[in-house]
Design a protein around this ligand. Sequence first.
Ligand code: F6P
Length: 326
Amino acid sequence: MTKLKKIGVLTSGGDAPGMNACIRAVVRTGLHHGLEVIGIRAGYNGLIHDDFISFQSQDVSNIIQRGGTILKTARSKEFMSAEGRKQAFKNIQKHELDGLIVIGGNGTFTGANIFIREFDFPIMGAPGTIDNDLFGTDNTIGYDTALNTVMEAVDKIRDTADSHNRLFFIEVMGRDAGFIALRSGIAGGAEDILIPETVTYIDELVEILEKGFLRNKKSGIIIVAEGDDAGGAFEVAAKVKEKYDHFDTRVTVLGHIQRGGSPSSADRILASALGYAAVNGLVNGRRGEMVGVVNKEITYTPFEKAIKHNKKIRTDLLDMARILSS
Ligand code: F6P
């Protein structure tokens, strides 16, 4: 095993609260091992365009509580091309990096996996995405904070929904995954939750609303994951209105507020543990894996297993949520 001297760290894909706490952990764990730690700006674009900065311990002071990412982030189109990746590897050689930590989600690890195959270069990953759609970790960095953001928003919307006797359709993030919708819906006591992992039947939703109305429910909240098969919240609201027009309805799309804000304690602790474990893994010769926490234990999952649709969602909780909000 060759001894590492210099490693890089980058954040890529959609930002997530806790990414900064993870950068801090990577930098300080690397320095603890006597490594030089280089920050790469704007994800894989920084590798391609030689946007490297040297990190000292104090450079990551006072960031554990900050949302976003001090390294900036991007969804790099150039890194998807062989030409772009070749240029990235040239800069890695130029700066004599021996390893890389990438903090991100599906796209980030997909890119890392291809890069490892092409250049046999050691990369470890830490899961940073609000979507929680990675297999090999109970929670991703940013998910808990996003859930709390959504829950607070739902609580506020419920106040006005109740005052006006209105039915609200609230759209939350999750292009391909319903984790945010499911958990925030349970926490916010939503009347129903629509997620991409299950088929949405508008008639079923109408039935739930009708039953509630007959029991004298005057207002309600329906959480719609942006990637739901029936469409976004506006589309779903329109489809429901066509069949059942008892409620004065409104639609709220929460959008990018879900990605911002100071990370929760759970996210700071998770991000710290994962940044620490990712560097230790790299130092111990691991590569091509995402670090995670499953049942409170640190785990390592090959990138190809961690990405895309391998993580099961507890669809049984949808029934529970309906019963509890009835
Ligand atoms: O990957 C996280 C995520 O927030 C998804 O939930 C959402 O669909 C997407 O990013 C939005 O991406 P962008 O900010 O690039 O529009």
